[in-house]
Design a binder for this molecule. Structure first.
Ligand SMILES: Cc1cc2nc3c(=O)[nH]c(=O)nc-3n(C[C@H](O)[C@H](O)[C@H](O)COP(=O)(O)O)c2cc1C
Length: 199
């Protein structure tokens, strides 16, 4: 196992939270030291995809430490240099927009801002119905920003949801490994939809 201190942040793409938990298990198995982070929306919203408190408990069980879910708890990530790499999976259209525009008004966006100040990699797994709509410019902006890497993604349902994009959660560990070498894993654009359908 490589020794890496990984932050794993989860945003409110509720239909992909199950897949995110699988990716979290894989990251924990690969790197060992994982700090769980939840956006306030995700930590506080029950949906048809599951109860918020159950996701909190599951992340704490996998990582063996409390979930960071406030701006106050996320702030030390910067000054204490707590992480070698930060993953946001899933990353919503909302959080993509904030990251692209330098807004840090949530636990996850402040974690990202605090972490990036240390010049270390940020890995994003997009999941949003407007990935080829309003979020497209934000994804493009983030793709060419220093220290930001994308988990490969695809159109999950081009016929019914032509602007929807979803990352391949099974590639999170490989994307982190490449990011730690300063490389964007390729291909970043994936082809035919697998079972990656989002909400
Ligand atoms: C059931 C449900 C599913 C949602 N799925 C998505 C999604 O897949 N992608 C997305 O960008 N937003 C989705 N949203 C909207 C986000 O949860 C919303 O924009 C929220 O403000 C995101 O906050 P966060 O980015 O801080 O987690 C969903 C909302 C609900 C209630």
């Amino acid at each position: 196992m490589d020794t890496l201190r990984v932050g794993f942040a989860v945003c409110g793409s509720f239909c992909t939270l199950r897949r995110a938990m699988g990716a979290l298990e894989a990251v924990k198995a690969a790197f060992g030291d994982v700090t769980p982070i939840l956006s306030e929306i995700t930590a506080g919203t029950d949906t048809r995809f599951g109860r918020a408190d159950e996701f909190v408990q599951e992340m704490e069980r996998i990582c063996g430490r409390p979930v960071i879910r406030t701006i106050h708890a996320a702030e030390p990530i910067g000054p204490r240099k707590m992480l070698d790499v930060l993953v946001i999976a899933p990353c919503t259209g909302n959080t993509l927009s904030k990251l692209a525009h330098g807004t840090a008004d949530s636990s996850v966006t402040l974690a990202a801002k605090a972490h990036l100040r240390n010049g270390r990699p940020l890995v994003l797994a997009v999941s949003t119905n407007d990935g080829l709509g309003a979020a497209a410019r934000n994804i493009g902006e983030l793709m060419c920003r220093k220290n930001i890497y994308l988990v490969p993604f695809r159109q999950d349902d081009p016929v019914e949801k032509p602007t929807s994009l979803v990352a391949e959660f099974g590639l999170v560990v490989d994307t982190v490994r490449a990011a730690m070498e300063g490389r964007q894993i390729q291909p970043v654009l994936l082809g035919a939809p697998g079972d990656t359908r989002s909400c």
